[in-house]
Each structure stands twice: as structure tokens, then as C-alpha cells.
Design a protein around this ligand. Structure first.
Ligand code: PLP
Length: 432
């Protein structure tokens, strides 16, 4: 597979190069040159395949030229080495639980896949690779965990001080070794801006090999298709395909779902469930794409004012707004509605949502109310315990802490606190 830059000012590259570079030299996002298709017999036979077989078939056309089959098989196996169950909430709503990985959020799949690909490519290089990443919460932990102790790779994570949960902060500041955390006095958008500037700064990149592990990296974005197929494999309502509702921030996850759909995955519709950071729902309503600064909400991993991956969704639909609108609807859910949904679903269905899943649940419920007879899946993107500070006061109960989290809570956080200024980041990187 070849990848081109969405800014169209850079040469095409291989999967390997796209993974190592992260972003094209013209600052565009890489996009696959052709979209592989799964034929009907493959889709019909999906129930007889293992998750590993499905994942390998999905990713092979994208990565198979650069990673030998046995190695790719090993990477895939390690990437999805945990359950991804589809749980019935009621007759029409199902939860795809993506939080059974090591950091209890869906980003584990993309981060584990990318770290293993990069680890494989790093073996052939003499130069050290530095992964530079901005996180609004969950990326940091998943990337830190995925890359921990990978030879030849150093990781520098920027996160907004005071704007990630305590569990999230521990996950990205307590590992040590090749993982370094910078606590930025600013917002996620500030962190993302600083990272983008670093990649564009040739006086820095000529001295250090920098790459990104944000969802703009194709090796993080593409494997997210896996779990949409795993969900369909478990989908029991034969008469019609599911509506997929995706809690969205940077729009990498939902974009992967829509890519899977274009490649043959049966889906009735897609819903972008957003918090107050709703540039896309507003765009889908009125056709105006108005970027605004991010505002903090309870579903903080979706506090993104300018979603990087939305341009990939536009590309998937050849920038045809009417075509896109046929497949995608957006909803905006407030913090008050998020809390009320957590409370009501716990009380009425006995199911505990995290704030991101609650945004997804309510958006799906609204859509289904307007489309009677349809059924859908919302992606439960994080374990509620990661947001116990939000969830516990709402349900007035303690959330049981899984052993993996219990272990890190008492650990000492190690971070370097910096102002949201690019030159401080640059000096830090150059001094290492
Ligand atoms: C990152 C994240 C999201 C948003 O995913 P995008 O791919 O950025 O749209 C939603 N929920 C949780 C828990 C996340 O960590």
C-alpha cells in the first residue's frame, strides 16, 4: 500500500515510512492510496473466523508489503490479546466494551499495534526514534504502556496539567525507563500545537528523529477498524446491520469505522457522539466548519476543538457533503446529560457507563428514538473506574478498582512541569 499526503505536496510513501514519519513533510495526514474491499463471502463467513484471523485480513493490505506475514501475525496477536465483548443493554442498545486492555481504554489497540510496528522498523535502524505525543487523557497511558521498554524508542508525552483524571495521570507518569511525561500548563490544544510545531521545526528534526503516536499516525488509526468487525461478528440481529455510535474527540476512531464500512462492513449508519466540543455535529447541521478552542468537560478524552482526523472522513467521501450526511449524524451531549445518563442507565439497566460511553449511549438513544425499529452499538471507550471521580458521586457508590489500577495508584508521579511555550519543549528535547 502507498500512502499520500492529504495536503498533496509530499511524495507518496510506504506503510513503513508513513508509520515512522507520522505526518507528511507538508504537514498533511497520510491516507491510503486505495481502499481494500472485503467481499460478501468474507463478510458472511465472519462468524466462523477468530478475531486474530479477522484482524490479520483487515490489516494485511495496509501493512503486508512492509512487514512479513509471520511478524504481522505476531503483532496482531499481541495487539488484541484481550476480550472485546459486545454486551446487550436492552433490545436495541448494545455496548462494545473496548476497555479490557492494559490501560482500560480503546486506545490500547492502536497504541499496541503501532508500538510493535515501530519496534519492528526500529530494529533495522541505528538512530534512536523519539515518539512525541500530546494527550487529552487516554492516549498518554496507552502509548506509554504500548512503548514501555521497546528498544530504540524514547517516548515524550505532553499532557494538560490538571485536566486529566488521577488514574490517567498515574498511567502516564509512573512507568519511567524510556517514558517521559511533560505536564503542560495549558489545554490539550496547546499540547497538540506544541507537538505539531516540533514536527515542523527542521532545526529540531535535523538533530533528532521525531515521530508521532497520535491518532494521525496510520499505524494507530488503521487497526481501529478491527473492533468494528469484531462487533459485527457478535451482532445477533440478523435482519439488519447495526447503527454504530462512537464517542468522538479527534475523530480517529469513528473514521476507522467508516473506513471499515466503505471496505464492506455492514452498518446502517454512523453517529458521532460529542460533548460540548461539537465542531463536527454543528458542521453536519449547518455546513459550516468552525473551529473553536477546546472547553473542558467530564468526558475529557473528547475535549478537542479542532479534530485532526475529520479531514480523513472528508477524504473518504471525496468531500461530498450530501454523501457524508447520508452516513453520519452528529449529536452534542452536555455534562448534565452525561451525568443523568450514567445515573439512569445504572438504575434502569444495571449497567455502569463511563462519561464517554454515556455520551455515546445517549446519542444512540436519541437517534433510535427518531428511527424506530433500528438497533445499534455504542462504543464503550473507557472503563468507568478511570473516571471514578465523576462516576461515584453520580451513582453514590464506589466503583471496584481493577488490580492493574490498584497497583499504580500509590506510585509516585514523575513529570516535568512546563509552560505552554514551544521553545521550552524544544530546549527540553534538545537537552536530552
Ligand atoms: C480518545 C478517546 C475518545 C475519542 O476518540 P477519537 O478517536 O479521538 O475520536 C473517546 N473516548 C475515550 C475514552 C478516549 O480515550
Amino acid at each position: 500500500m502507498k500512502y499520500y499526503s492529504l495536503n498533496n505536496q509530499s511524495p507518496e510513501v510506504s506503510f513503513k515510512e508513513a508509520t515512522i514519519k507520522g505526518q507528511a513533510p507538508d504537514k498533511g495526514l497520510y491516507f491510503p492510496k486505495s481502499l481494500p474491499g472485503h467481499d460478501k463471502s468474507w463478510i458472511d463467513g465472519i462468524k466462523d473466523k477468530t478475531n486474530e484471523e479477522i484482524a490479520l485480513d483487515v490489516i494485511r493490505p495496509y501493512a503486508g508489503e512492509d512487514i512479513p506475514e509471520t511478524e504481522l501475525q505476531k503483532i496482531v496477536k499481541e495487539t488484541i490479546d484481550f476480550p472485546i465483548p459486545l454486551v446487550r443493554i436492552n433490545d436495541h442498545i448494545f455496548s462494545l466494551e473496548l476497555f479490557h486492555g492494559p490501560t482500560l481504554a480503546f486506545k490500547d489497540v492502536g497504541a499496541r499495534f503501532m508500538s510493535r510496528c515501530l519496534g519492528y522498523f526500529a530494529r533495522e535502524r541505528s538512530e534512536k526514534i523519539t515518539v512525541l505525543v500530546a494527550t487529552s487523557g487516554d492516549t498518554g497511558g496507552a502509548v506509554a504502556n504500548g512503548f514501555y521498554d521497546v528498544d530504540g524508542v524514547e517516548v515524550v508525552i505532553l499532557y494538560p496539567s490538571g485536566k486529566v483524571s488521577q488514574v490517567q495521570e498515574k498511567q502516564l507518569t509512573t512507568l519511567g525507563k524510556n517514558i517521559h511525561a511533560l505536564e503542560v500548563k495549558g489545554s490539550f490544544d496547546d499540547c497538540q500545537q506544541m507537538v505539531k510545531r516540533a514536527f515542523a521545526d527542521t532545526s529540531l528534526t535535523s538533530k533528532q528523529f521525531l515521530t508521532s503516536a497520535n491518532s494521525i499516525n496510520v499505524a494507530r488509526w488503521l487497526p481501529q477498524q478491527f473492533y468494528y468487525f469484531f462487533a459485527y461478528r457478535q451482532w445477533a440481529i440478523k435482519e439488519q446491520p447495526p447503527v454504530f455510535c462512537v464517542p468522538s474527540g479527534n475523530f480517529g476512531n469513528i473514521c476507522a469505522g467508516m473506513l471499515a464500512h466503505i471496505s464492506g462492513l455492514p452498518a446502517k449508519h454512523f453517529i458521532a457522539a460529542c460533548n460540548a466540543n461539537n465542531v463536527v455535529p454543528r458542521f453536519l447541521d449547518n455546513g459550516n466548519y468552525e473551529v473553536r478552542p477546546a472547553v473542558p468537560t467530564l468526558s475529557n478524552a473528547m475535549d478537542v476543538g479542532n479534530p485532526s482526523n475529520f479531514v480523513r472522513i472528508l477524504e473518504l467521501f471525496s468531500h461530498q457533503f450530501p454523501e457524508l450526511k447520508k452516513v453520519l449524524t452528529g449529536y452534542t451531549i452536555t455534562d448534565a446529560e452525561t451525568k443523568e445518563t450514567i445515573r439512569a442507565v445504572k438504575e434502569q439497566e444495571g449497567y455502569l457507563l463511563d462519561p464517554h460511553g454515556a455520551v455515546g449511549y445517549l446519542a444512540l438513544q436519541r437517534y433510535l428514538a427518531a428511527h424506530p425499529g433500528e438497533s445499534g452499538i455504542f462504543l464503550e471507550t473507557a472503563h468507568p473506574v478511570k473516571f471514578y471521580d465523576v462516576v461515584e458521586p453520580v451513582i453514590k457508590e464506589k466503583v471496584a478498582v481493577p488490580p492493574a489500577i490498584q497497583q499504580i495508584l500509590p506510585l509516585q508521579k514523575h513529570s516535568v512541569k512546563i509552560d505552554a511555550e514551544y521553545n521550552i519543549l524544544k530546549d527540553y528535547l534538545l537537552a536530552r
